[in-house]
Design a protein around this ligand. Sequence first.
Ligand code: NAD
Length: 465
Amino acid sequence: MAPELTFTTLEEIDEIYSTLNKTFRSGKTKPIAFRKVQILQLGYLLQDNIERFREALAIDLGRPPLEASFLELDSTISDCKIAYDRVDKWARTEKAPFNIKFAAFRPAIRKEPKGVVLSISPFNYPIWLALGPIIGAIAAGNCVVLKPSELCPAISGLIAELIPKYLDNDVVRVVLGAVPETSKLMEYQWGHVLYTGSGRVAKLIGVAAAKTLSPISLELGGKSPVVIDPKCDFKIAARRILWGKCANAGQTCVAPDYVLVPHSSEDAFVKALKDAHDEFYPSGATTTPDISRIINPAHFHRLKKLLDSTSGTIAFGGQTDESQKFIAPTVVKGVKDEDSLMSEELFGPILPIMPVDDVDAAIAYINAHDHPLALYCFSPDAAFKNKVFDNTQSGSAIANDVMIHCATDGLPFGGIGPSGSGYHTRTFSFDMFTHLRATLDSPGWIDNIIGGRFPPYSPGKLASL
Ligand code: NAD
C-alpha cells in the first residue's frame, strides 16, 4: 500500500531556500573532500536500503526486482562510484590552450559550483532520475533541493526519509509536493534548475525560470522512432525492441515509441515480435510477474483510450485490467500517421508498427515531427545507418539496440529542441551544475607590450597593434 505523502509547507520551503543559501555562502560545499563524503553517503543510502527501494518500486510501479536493479538501482550506485573516483579530476582548474599572445596572462578555467540548485524529477525512474543528477550537483559543490514526483509516493517518501539521515541537511534537502509546491520553488532564483518531465510542464517551468533568470536544463520526452532495415536480424531486433517497450511497462522516456518498417516486411517483423513475446512470457503476459504497472488510473485510462481508438489492427496483446493498472504488451500493425497512437508520446507497453515505402519515407516521417529524444535504427549496413542518422536530428542515435546508451559511461544523455536541452549523467551532470569561471592574472610588465591600449590614442599606436 502506497503511503500518504506529507507535503512540504510553503513556509518550510522558504526556510529550506534560505538555509541552503546560507550554507553555500559559508563555503562548506567547496572542499572536494566534503563533496566526496556526501557522494559516498549517497551510495550508502542506496546500498544500505536496497531492499526498501525495491519494495517501494514494487508498490509505486509494480516493478519486478530485476528491473528495479538493472534499470536504476545498479546504475545510480555505479554513478556514485564514478563521481567519487573522478570528482578530483572533474573539478580541477583547467589551463587554457597555449597561445603565445596570451600565455603571459596564465589564462585558466575555474570549475565553480553554481550555488543552490533545484532538480525536479518525474515518476518513471524515481530513483535514477531523482538521485542521479544530484550526484553531479553535489560533486560540483552545490547545495541542492530535490523535488521528486508526487506520483510515486513510496519512493519519494523513502527518499525524503533517508536523505536527512545520510546527507548534510544544510546542503541537500527534499521538498515533497505537487503543483503548488513546485510553483513556489520556481519563484526563487536558482543557480541552476534541472527539470525532467513532460514538455507540457516544461513550458511552465521555462516561463517561471525566465522570470528570475535562473539557468535551466530540460530533460523531456517525445516519440522515439525505430527504423528497421529489412536486412537486419529480425529475431535480435524484435527481442531488443520488445524489451525496451515492456521494461517499466513502457514508461521510459527513451522507450522505442513506434516502428517504421517497409510494407513488405511488416508481417515478418510482427511475427518476430510475437515470438519474442512468447519467449519472454511463456505462461502469458496477463499472469507474469515480470511486467510493471501503469503509474496511476489517469495514465491507464489515457493509454486505454488511445488503444481503443486506433485504426490499426491489434496483432497481439490488447488485454487491460483497470483494477491492476495493467496493460499487456500490445503490438498494433498497419498504423497510419493520423492514428491515435501516433498523436502523443505513448509511455506505455503499446507498440505501433507503421509501414512505410522505404528508408527515405521513414526519414521524411521522422523529420516531419519533433526531434525525438532517441532514434533507433536496426541494420547491419553502415550506409543504411549513416543515411538515417546523417539525415535526421535526435537526442541520441543508437544502432541495433535500445535504451542502454543512458547507462553507458562516457555518453551524454539529453534531448534536442522539443525533447530537451542540456545533458546529464556522470561528467555531464557535473558540467551542468558547474560554472566555467574564466580567470587570468595579468603581470605588470605586459603594459610594455600592450600599453598601446591606453589613451590618448594616436595613429602610431594603431599601427603598432
Ligand atoms: P510531469 O511533467 O508530469 O512531472 C514531472 C515533475 O513536474 C513532477 O515532479 C511534478 O510534480 C512536476 N509538475 C507536474 N505538473 C506541474 C505543474 N503544472 N507545475 C509545476 N510542476 C509540475 O512528468 P511525468 O509524468 O512525471 O514524467 C513523464 C514525462 O517525463 C515523459 O514525457 C517522459 O518522456 C519524460 N521524461 C524525460 C526524461 C529525460 O531524461 N529526458 C526522463 C524521464 C521522463
